[in-house]
Design a protein around this ligand. Structure first.
Ligand code: ADP
Length: 622
């Protein structure tokens, strides 16, 4: 083989085109990306040599930057792990990142394009913002073959094997595009390069050589005193670590001294980046031992429900040759995990108390993940519920449980809650809420999938002194006092015999689905409402099971029909004559009450047909 031509994967080609014409104002970051990749490559080589003792140790690990005014090139070299031919194709010829398609669709709008580029993090491809040709000369650790990748960012690239590198590693040479105007930066200028490295890459732990001198301080940012570090340095470190191009929401520093010594620098991203949860390369917490990188995405350092946290933990007490497999058995790891978790809880609590605006941002992005901890981690369930935000019927904002408690009426038995659906406005319209709000009680509206599980289990998990979470979908949870209940029952008895034919009719139709049908004097605007039997499974839970591919056991529910509603009143009187209309309208009412719960009727076509017929009749009469 000498030279072979390849075509970029469609998405990659599209992304490249976007880079070439990019108006993204911060073009400097291409250098940060290249240095980050070089640093990762040196980390990977070191780890590989630890694992495989036959491979030669890297005697002078380094990153080298060179500029050449004559050829108008800028190059970044490393003697790290290098790439094979297949890896060149896989990493530089395609985009493996999840969410690429969505990104490209969103980026069609030029106004938001540059912002999106910033959010997506295009990595290596960002070189095409400043270069019109790129050459990558690389040799993989342990291999004797050298490959050269050449691309001008158009639809194709070439790979040849005609040159050789003496050592493994990678050199990336950019043929810098002429300056577009006087305002744009000159990336062949020594001081421009010094400034960019100082700003973005100073903390890189490997030496960066420029003009034969090391130009980065190589100080691990988490080892330096807080007072010495500028906010921007944290931000740049975060970006290096995560490949997220946006600023983090906040950082958390840990300095644990005592029986176990470790330092940590953790970040909460500002939003879940498109690929945050999918890209293991940029995942989770990186473990360092005495400033030496050991592994990224160290899952044992943090509970699963805190998986949105990024950062570094550096321990003094672990052996350097530790492997992923034995990590979870290490007592030290468990100690670190506990104290990290505690610190994160306390920082979140602080943010909730002092910076509500940012906390809401955090909650919108990651609240539903954190809340999984209520189920996974019983020991901390109360802490998590304590820093959880909920929607409520009280206002358009958010509330914590304790804020809700402070507004509770003196006679109120617990916290009234209703869970279901992702859709807040649909939840707000549920007929189940009416009896509570009409009596002036506030209802928590829980919209996350995990909320349904929390409601089922919270009262077993929560300590005794906590207020109960009362699920108002359950038939035995009502806003009424014993006296009110008695008075209500008395009134219902009075209309019971009148209601009987309608109940009989309804049970004839829905006998397999309903435990009972009864009139209600408390529904204010809705004609019908489906309630869960006290010990039974909720509709939402049934829905969750179905969406997980399971078949829930049959649940019989309670159908309440509003005795004050004109339609129901008419039905009561018609049912005495056994009219056909009654069953049709009952079916529509039943399906309506399912729809209000966010559940599709069993026979949607039948529902539509019946509503059509009712409309036809209504229009004829009009
Ligand atoms: P990211 O770094 O976010 O994964 P990039 O587009 O910057 O995305 O790089 C894609 C992949 O190419 C890297 O994950 C890495 O596997 C490989 N790569 C890039 N630069 C180098 C390098 N200098 N040495 C070895 N591998 C590299």
């Amino acid at each position: 083989m000498s030279e072979e031509k390849f075509f970029y994967q469609t998405e990659a080609a599209e992304l490249l085109k976007m880079m070439i014409s990019s108006v993204y104002s911060n073009k400097d970051i291409f250098l940060r990306e290249l240095i980050s990749n070089a640093s990762d490559a040196l980390d990977k080589r070191r780890i590989e040599c630890l694992r495989n003792t036959e491979l030669a140790e890297n005697k002078n690990p380094e990153i080298k930057i060179e500029i050449n005014a004559d050829s108008k090139t800028l190059s970044v070299s490393d003697n790290g792990i290098g790439m094979t031919r297949d890896e060149l194709i896989k990493y530089l010829g395609t985009i493996a990142k999840s969410g690429t398609k969505e990104f490209l669709k969103a980026a069609k709008n030029e106004n938001t394009q540059s912002e999106l580029i910033g959010q997506f993090g295009v990595g290596f491809y960002s070189v095409f913002m400043v270069a019109d040709k790129v050459e990558v000369l690389t040799r993989k650790l342990g291999s004797s073959e050298t490959f050269k990748f050449i691309s001008d960012g158009s639809g194709s690239y070439t790979i040849d094997d005609t040159e050789t590198r003496d050592e493994c590693g990678t050199t990336i040479t950019l043929f810098i595009r002429p300056k577009a105007d006087d305002d744009s930066k000159d990336y062949l200028n020594e001081w421009t390069i010094r400034e960019i490295i100082g700003k973005y890459s100073d903390f890189i732990s490997w030496p960066i050589y420029f003009k034969d001198k090391i130009i980065n301080s190589q100080k691990a940012i988490w080892q330096r005193p807080d007072s010495e570090i500028k906010e921007d340095e944290y931000k740049e470190f975060y970006k290096h670590l995560t490949h997220d191009w946006r600023d983090p929401l906040t950082h958390i520093k840990i300095n644990a001294e005592g029986s176990t010594n470790f330092k940590g620098l953790l970040f909460i991203p500002s939003e879940a980046p498109l690929d945050l949860f999918m890209n293991p390369e940029s995942g989770g917490i990186s473990l360092y031992i005495n400033r030496v990188f050991i592994m990224n995405d160290c899952k044992d350092l943090i509970p699963q429900y805190m998986r949105f946290i990024r950062g570094v933990i550096d321990s003094e007490d672990l052996p350097l040759n530790i492997s992923r497999e034995i990590l979870q058995d290490e007592l030290i790891i468990r100690v670190i995990r506990r104290s990290t978790q505690r610190k994160i809880f306390s920082e979140l609590k602080k943010m909730l108390e002092n910076d509500r605006e940012n906390y809401i941002k955090f909650w919108l992005s990651f609240g539903r993940i954190l809340k999984e901890g209520v189920i996974q981690d019983h020991e901390n369930a109360k802490t998590i519920l304590g820093i959880s935000l909920f929607r409520t019927t009280e206002n358009d904002g958010w509330t914590t449980l304790s804020e809700y408690e402070s507004r509770m009426k003196p006679d109120q038995k617990g916290i009234y809650c209703l869970a279901g659906r992702d859709n807040l406005s649909a939840l707000k319209a549920s007929p189940k809420i009416e009896p509570f709000t009409s009596k002036g009680y506030e209802v928590l509206l829980m919209t996350d999938p995990v909320d349904e599980v929390i409601l089922q289990e919270a009262n077993f998990i929560l300590p005794e002194e906590s207020k109960d979470l009362l699920n108002i979908a359950k038939d035995d949870v009502t806003p009424y006092s014993e006296d009110e209940k008695k008075a209500n029952e008395k009134k219902l008895k009075e209309i019971d015999s009148e209601f009987e034919p309608l109940r009989k009719k309804a049970l004839e139709i829905f006998g397999d689905k309903l435990e009972t049908v009864r009139p209600s004097l408390t529904l204010t605007s809705s004609p019908a409402c489906l309630k869960d039997a006290p010990g039974g499974m909720s509709l939402q839970w049934e829905n969750l099971m179905r969406s997980a591919g399971q078949t829930p056991p049959v649940q019989k529910r309670i159908l309440e029909l509003s005795a004050n509603n004109p339609v129901v009143k008419k039905l009561i009187s018609l049912s005495k004559d056994n009219s056909d209309k009654v069953s049709d309208i009952l079916r529509v009412l039943y399906d309506q009450s399912l729809i209000l719960e966010g559940v599709m009727p069993d026979d949607p076509a039948g529902f539509v047909k019946r509503v059509d017929e009712l409309m036809a009749v209504a229009l004829k009469d009009g």
